[in-house]
Design a protein around this ligand. Structure first.
Ligand code: SF4
Length: 479
């Protein structure tokens, strides 16, 4: 393999930090498969390992679609794969360490399978430190490509497979939005739909604005076409995705763009619509009004708050106060009393005092979240918070996390108890991962339900009588 560093396109996170806000919408192009890439995968197998959020899952589906168009077939076996892709997440250091551990262990696999192509993509690929480490210590990695280069996968594989060239292509600037990309969906009952890419919020702890680029909205018609196509394929649920969906349409100069988009999607008649992730700063109450008006927009909202302390929220650059969040919560509950409300929380952010942590607990008590993703703060290199003194000892961070989780779990248990005896409509995703003898799926309220029932319920919306509750799931029987 050619190891000439000058042939590489390497990431530059600082360019992302200094980027100017977009005044105009991103241009759109249509995906075209080159002739030389077609059939390149005939007789060969691929394996994609995806980490992190649903946006990454959707990217993995696009890569699978491209690979299958090239003639590759999917395998579940790392050993068998001719092309092995690590579709990575950079949100936490632990996830990155795991990826390096797994790539390290592939040296011997590759020795038994000469010609195997190992690729790394996703958010980690956008970090200079990661690419530098790959260049120095992981010669088994043949191809690194960034989040903005994903659509180039077929062409990059042509380069690696036919020219035998080690390739690094990580653009730091986002380019056009590429439409009509092939896709191989991973679920048969619900489909993820990117409505926008990137994030302009620059929360001080978060690496996403550097790895995913500026906020760029897809054109409404392209999104609607994808939702309609899901419906035509018999899918029951469309999940609209963006780092900050409430900012949808700003770059297209559409006022209240997200709510308008949500309503148009609801009018396609698909049975269920959900969306992730909202941001309290851009959130509009019109979104809740749309939920009230359209029965197929599911009554659940994930609204990350991160902290209950105004001082910490300011240092996180979140752009709202705890009181503002409480007001949003009150408005939302007044309009939909039984809405399922979930959030994200970070403990141990730099300088967080006991009192500030208590403020988070107070907010948790106030909002009675159905569920929360809670994390110990860990610095991400290149972000503003990484320059703050990480002065909360790990033992204190862990203790706070335990206290928080106990509180969250008690609230979630209590909220779930109220469902016992009720009948919920559950979209059956198939056998539960933990027990093949029971089905698993999500109710309209976004509650995970494990239930028994006759054969043939997969991909159907089933009435389930709830018989028992746990902190984060319900048990029942199909009626
Ligand atoms: S809103 Fe903040 S936390 Fe969310 S992706 Fe953007 S920068 Fe990261």
């Amino acid at each position: 393999m050619n190891k000439n560093k000058e042939n590489y396109i390497l990431p530059e996170m600082r360019r992302e930090a200094n980027r100017s806000r977009r005044n105009t919408a991103a241009e759109c192009s249509r995906f075209v498969m080159s002739e030389e890439a077609e059939n390149l995968g005939r007789g060969k197998k691929y394996y994609i390992r995806t980490y992190g959020c649903q946006a990454n899952v959707r990217d993995g589906e696009t890569m699978a679609g491209m690979l299958e168009l090239m003639g590759f077939v999917m395998t579940e076996s790392v050993e068998e794969a001719d092309v092995l892709i690590f579709n990575t997440c950079a949100i936490r250091q632990a996830a990155e360490d795991r990826v390096f551990g797994e790539i390290g262990s592939l040296k011997s696999v590759k020795a038994r399978h000469p010609g195997q192509i190992i690729c790394l993509c996703g958010c980690m690929a956008q970090e200079e430190v990661v690419v530098e480490k790959i260049l120095q210590s992981y010669p088994q990695v043949d191809l690194v490509f960034g989040t903005h280069n994903l659509w180039r996968l077929p062409q990059l594989l042509v380069k690696v497979m036919t020219e035998g060239e080690r390739t690094i292509e990580v653009d730091s600037e986002d380019g056009d939005l590429i439409e009509e990309m092939p896709v191989r969906r991973s679920a048969s009952c619900k489909g993820f739909v990117h409505i926008m890419y990137g994030c302009d919020k620059f929360c001080t702890y978060c690496i996403v604005p550097y790895t995913r680029g500026r906020e760029r909205s897809r054109r409404p018609q392209d999104i609607l076409d994808e939702v309609i196509s899901l419906k035509q394929q018999g899918m029951k649920e469309a999940v609209l995705l963006g780092q900050n969906v409430n900012a949808y349409g700003k770059d297209l100069k559409i006022e209240d763009g997200f709510t308008k988009l949500l309503e148009s999607c609801a009018e396609t008649g698909i049975e269920r619509i959900r969306f992730y992730t909202s941001h309290p700063r851009d959130y509009s109450v019109t979104t809740i009004d749309a939920m009230v008006r359209y029965p197929n927009i599911m009554k659940s909202l994930h609204l990350p708050v991160q902290s209950g302390s105004d001082e910490i929220l300011k240092r996180m650059n979140r752009g709202y106060t705890a009181d503002h969040f409480r007001q949003l919560y009150d408005e939302m509950r007044a309009k939909i009393s039984d809405i399922t409300f979930t959030t994200d929380l970070i403990v141990g952010f730099p300088s967080e005092t006991d009192e500030q942590f208590e403020a988070t607990l107070d907010l948790v008590d106030y909002c009675q979240f159905d569920m929360a993703y809670s994390f110990v703060y860990s610095p991400r290199s290149g972000t503003p918070a990484a320059k703050m003194a990480d002065d909360i000892p790990l033992s204190v961070k862990k203790e706070r996390l335990q206290i928080l989780n106990d509180r969250l779990s008690a609230i979630a248990s209590k909220r779930n108890e109220a469902y016992v005896g009720r009948t919920l409509k559950v979209l059956c995703e198939g056998p539960s991962k933990k027990n093949q003898n029971v089905y698993s799926g999500y109710s309209e309220e976004n509650k995970l339900v494990n239930f028994t029932g006759p054969a043939g319920l997969k991909d159907r919306i089933v009435d389930v009588k709830i018989e028992a509750s746990h902190s984060f799931s319900l048990d029942g029987s199909a009626l």
